[in-house]
Design a binder for this molecule. Structure first.
Ligand SMILES: NC(=O)c1ccc[n+]([C@@H]2O[C@H](COP(=O)([O-])OP(=O)(O)OC[C@H]3O[C@@H](n4cnc5c(N)ncnc54)[C@H](OP(=O)(O)O)[C@@H]3O)[C@@H](O)[C@H]2O)c1
Length: 319
C-alpha cells in the first residue's frame, strides 16, 4: 500500500510517497481502507518537528473510510462499516491501523468525504464553543482566520448558538466567505480592534478564538472585555513568545490553550461529540466546505496551499 512518509523533520520536500507492506492489525486494532484524509496544521507541526514524533513516520491525523478487518472480534463494528477517526497518526495512506475504541461510526446522511473533512476540525469547533468558552446567545466573539477550515466552522457554530462573530481574514475574498458564514463584520487583521469596539459599543468581546498565534495574540488580548476569555488554539503564524501572566490582570482575563485530544479522551465523549457533529451535518446546520482534493502524490501541493494561506475551508487527500 502507498503512504506519505517522512524520515526527517523539515519543509515539504521531506515528504515522499512510499510503497510499504499493508499494516497488520493487532489486538484491539482495526485495519481501515482510507477513502479520504484531512489536511491539517497538526501535520505541519509534526513534519517540522514542532510536535515531536517517532521517525520515520507516516503523515496524517484523521480520515474516514471502511473497516477492512480486525484482529479478533470488536463489539459494535464489522468489516464493511463506514467509519471515521481523528488524532490517529498514519492517516495519509491507502490503509491505516486505528484502535477500535477510537473508531466513530459514520451515519447515513453524512458522506465519507464529509466525515473525513469534519472529524478533527468539527470536534475541535464543538469543544471550543461548548467547553473552552461556552457561547451563549448574545455573546460577541472575535474569530481570527475566519475563512480557514477552523474559522468557517467556528463562525457557523458561534452564530448557530446565538453569538455574534467579528471575523478577521487577510483578503477581501476570504472576508466575503466569513460574512457568508454569518459574521456580522469581517475585517483585515489590522482593523480588528476598531471593529470590535464598534460592534460592542466599546466594551470588548466576550471571547476570542485565536488559531493564528504569534501575529494575533496581542490584538486578541486587547479585544477582550474585562473577564473575557482568550481561547488560543493554534499557531498558524508561529508560536506565541513567552508571556507574563501579569498581563492578564489588565482585565482579569482568562487564557486557555486547549488541544482536541483532552476533549475526546473518554470514548463516550468522542461518541457524543461525533454524534452531535454528524447530526449537524446531516441536518444542514453545518456545511463542511471541502475546497480541494489531492491524490497522495500531490501531498506537497496540498500543504503548500494550507501553509501558504491560499486555502479556504477544508483540503482532503484522496488516497
Ligand atoms: N487546538 C486544537 O485542538 C486544534 C485542532 C485543530 C486545529 N487547530 C489549529 O487551528 C488553526 C487553523 O487550522 P486550519 O487547519 O483550519 O488552518 P486554516 O485556518 O485553514 O489555515 C490557516 C490560516 O491562518 C491564517 N494565517 C495567518 N497568518 C498565517 C501564516 N503566517 N501562515 C499561514 N497561515 C496564516 C491564514 O488565513 P488568512 O489568510 O485569512 O490570514 C490561513 O489560511 C491552526 O493553528 C491549527 O493548529 C487546533
Amino acid at each position: 500500500m502507498r503512504a506519505v512518509v517522512f524520515e526527517e523533520y523539515g519543509d515539504r520536500s521531506v515528504l515522499h510517497v512510499q510503497d510499504r507492506p499493508a499494516p497488520v492489525p493487532g489486538p484491539g486494532q482495526a485495519l481501515v481502507l482510507v477513502e479520504a484524509s484531512g489536511v491539517n496544521f497538526m501535520d505541519v507541526y509534526q513534519r517540522t518537528g514542532t510536535y515531536q514524533v517517532a521517525l520515520p513516520a507516516v503523515l496524517g491525523s484523521e480520515g474516514a473510510g471502511t473497516v477492512l478487518s480486525f484482529a479478533g472480534d470488536v463489539e459494535g463494528f464489522a468489516p464493511g462499516d463506514r467509519v471515521a477517526w481523528t488524532t490517529i497518526p498514519g492517516s495519509h495512506a491507502e490503509q491505516a491501523l486505528v484502535p477500535a475504541d477510537r473508531l466513530v461510526p459514520v451515519p447515513e446522511g453524512v458522506s465519507t468525504e464529509q466525515a473525513a473533512a469534519a472529524i478533527l476540525q468539527g470536534l475541535t469547533a464543538h469543544y471550543l464553543t461548548h467547553d473552552s468558552f461556552a457561547v451563549r446567545p448574545g455573546d460577541a466573539v472575535l474569530v481570527h482566520a475566519a475563512a480557514g477550515g477552523m474559522g468557517q466552522l467556528l463562525t457557523r457554530l458561534v452564530t448557530h448558538l446565538g453569538g455574534r462573530v467579528v471575523a478577521t481574514a487577510s483578503t477581501p475574498e476570504k472576508r466575503a466567505v466569513a460574512e457568508a458564514n454569518g459574521a456580522v463584520a469581517a475585517v483585515p487583521y489590522g482593523d480588528a480592534l476598531d471593529a470590535v469596539r464598534e460592534f460592542t459599543d466599546g466594551r470588548g468581546v466576550d471571547a476570542v478564538y485565536d488559531g493564528v498565534g504569534k501575529d494575533t495574540f496581542d490584538t486578541s488580548l486587547a479585544a477582550l472585555r474585562p473577564r473575557g476569555s482568550l481561547v488560543l488554539f493554534g499557531a498558524s503564524s508561529g508560536k506565541v513568545p513567552p508571556f507574563d501572566p501579569l498581563r492578564l490582570m489588565a482585565g482579569s482575563y482568562s487564557l486557555t490553550r486547549p488541544t482536541l485530544a483532552h476533549f475526546i479522551a473518554a470514548r463516550h465523549e468522542l461518541l457524543e461529540r461525533s454524534e452531535t457533529l454528524f447530526g449537524w451535518i446531516a441536518d444542514g446546520v453545518l456545511d463542511i466546505p471541502i475546497t480541494g482534493r489531492y491524490p497522495l502524490d500531490a501531498v506537497a501541493d496540498a500543504y503548500a496551499a494550507l501553509e501558504g494561506r491560499e486555502s479556504t475551508g477544508k483540503l482532503l487527500l484522496i488516497p
